[in-house]
Design a protein around this ligand. Sequence first.
Ligand code: ADP
Ligand code: ZN
Length: 621
Amino acid sequence: MKKKKFNFYWIYVILTVVLFALYFTGKDETKQEDIEMGQLIELLQKGEVSKIELINKETAEVYLADNSRTPRYTYRIGSLERFEETVEKVQEESGIEKPIYITNVERKSWGLDLLFTWILPLVFVLALWFLFMRGMGRGSMGGGGQIFNIGKSKAQLFDKDNVPVNVTFKDVAGLEEAKVEIMEIVDFLKNPDKYTKLGGKIPKGVLLVGPPGTGKTLLAKSVAGEANVPFFSISGSDFVEMFVGVGASRVRDLFNNAKQKSPCIIFIDEIDAIGRARGKNPINGGNDERESTLNQLLTEMDGFGTNTGVIVLAATNRADILDKALMRAGRFDRQIYVELPDIVGRREIFEVHMRGLKLAPDVDREFLAKQTPGFSGADIANVCNEAALMAARKGKEAIDKQDFLDAVDRIIGGLEKKNKIITADEKKVIAFHEAGHATTSWLLQYAHPLVKVTIVPRGKALGAAWYLPEERQITTKEQLYHEMIATMGGRAAEQVMFGQISTGALSDLEKVTKQAFAMVTYYGLDEEIGNLSFYDSTGQQEYSLTKPYSEKTAETIDQQVSKLVEKAYQEAVSILSSHKEGLTMLANKLIEKEVIFGDDLEVIFGKRPWDTDTKEENHEG
Ligand code: ADP
Ligand code: ZN
C-alpha cells in the first residue's frame, strides 16, 4: 500500500536549473559592448544609430539602425548635460534629419528585482514545504508523506480483517493482580448488556503504570485478544507534531475511528508524551500544542457516553508526572501497577517464552529465575531468544543451561570480547580490581553476596562482578553503606596492591557518587542534613534551575556526599589491607581461570557467617 513517494530532492535540482537559466538569460541581455564617446560620435556621424535610450540617467543604450530590437552598445555617461549637448551637436553637424530619440527610461535591475520579489520567497516556501513533508513522512507508517493526512491519527489497527490480535492472557505470565483487575474490562467488552442492564458504569480509561518492558502493551493487547475486539495502538509521541492543532485533530480522528469499530480498545503507549502536567514549565511557560492535544483527549473521554464500548488503556512509567485532570473520574480513574516480576513471576515468564523452544533436560526455570533479579519480562524474552541463537550458532540439538547462562551474561554485560587486546599488566590490574570488589562484598555483612566474577571483557567493561541482590523493599543505611564500600573495593585494591589508581573505576565512582547523593538529599540518611528529602515525586519542579535549599545547605550537601564516599573508600582500603593475602590469591585465581564463582571465595575466605540459607547453592556452571 506504500505509494512511491515523490523524491523531494528534485526540488533542489529544479531550483538550481531555474536559477542558472535566469543567470544566463540575464547575461545575454547585457551582451553589449561598451563604447567610448569617440566611437559613439563616429557612429552618429555615419548615421548608423537609430535610437539612444537613457537608462536611469547613467548609461546610454545605443540602438543601431539594422537591428532595432536590442541595443548594440552601451555608453557610461559622466555628465548628463554634456552628453546630451554632444549628441545634439553631432546630430546637427552631420545634418541628420531622422531624429535620434533620447528617451529617459527608469529601469531597475530586473535580475535582482526578480530575485528578491519572486525567487527568494518561492525558495523559502518550497523549502518549508519540503521540511514539512519530510517531517510528516518520518515515523508515519505506510502511505505517509501526504500533506492531507497530517490530522489523521497514526494508530495501528489490529482486528479480524486487518492484523488479528493473537495475544491472550495465557501469553502474559505473572501480573496476577493486574489480570484480575483487567478481567472486568474483558467481561464488559464481551457482555456489555450484563452491565448496562443494571445501570453499571465501566471505567472508560485505565492507566497501566510500570517500568518499561514489564508487559503493559502485552497486557492491553491481551485484553483485546480475550474479548476479541479491535485494538488501536498508538504512542503518545505520535500525536506530537510541531504544528499547532495537529495533535488535537489526530486525537479526534482516533476517537472517531474507534467509535465506528466499537466495542474496541484504544491503547496509548507513553502517554506522558502528551499527558504531562500542564503549564508547569517555568522556561517557556508550557507547550501550547501539547496542552491542546491533552485537552482534546480529555474532551473526547468526557464526550463519549459511558457505555459506547470504547475503552482507553494507556501506559506510562511515571504516573506522578501526569496531569491530575487525566486521573479524574470518568477518565483514567483506574490505575493498575505493573511491576518488575519477582522470582515467581520470572519463572512463569521463562515458561511462557520457552514454550516454542527445544530445550535440553538440564534447563531449570527455577534456577534461571534466581539468576535474573531485576530483569523485566522483555529482558527475559530477550534471554530466551538469545539462548536459542547461541545454541543454533554452536550447532546444538537443543538449548541447554549453559546457553541460557551465557545469554543472561550477555544481556547484562554485552557480548564477550575474547579478542580484545589486553596486556598482561592490564590484566593483572583488572584482576585485582575485580577481586577487590569480590573480597569486600564477601567480607561485609550487608553487601550483596557475590555470584560470579570475570575478567573477560564484555561490551565496554573490562571485567565484571555479579551479585545476587536480595529482593528487599526497604534498605537500611548500613546496607547502602556496605554496598558503597564494595563498589569502592575495586579502586581500593588497586591502591593497596600497586600504590596507584587508574581510570578503570569510572563507572564505580559514578555509581557511588549517585548513591551517596541520594542518601544525603533524598533518603534523609545524613546527620548534617537530617530528615529532609529534596526528592520531588511529582517531577513537576525544575530543580535544575532553582534548588529547593539555600546555598549553605548546598555546600553542606557537597561536603557530606564527599565525606561519605571518602569514608567508604578508606573502609575498603582498610579491609583489603588486612586481607591482602586472600585478595592476592583471588586475583591470581582470576588471572588463571578468568571466571570465578562464590565457591572459590568460600575456599579462600571461609563461609560467610551471616549466610544462613544457601544463596550460592546451585552455581556449578
Ligand atoms: P511495556 O509495554 O511494558 O514496555 P511490553 O508489553 O512491550 O512492555 O513487553 C515487551 C515484551 O516483553 C513482550 O512482547 C513480551 O514478549 C515480553 N514480556 C514482558 N512482560 C511479560 C510477561 N509478564 N509475560 C510474558 N512476556 C512478557
Ligand atoms: Zn569496578
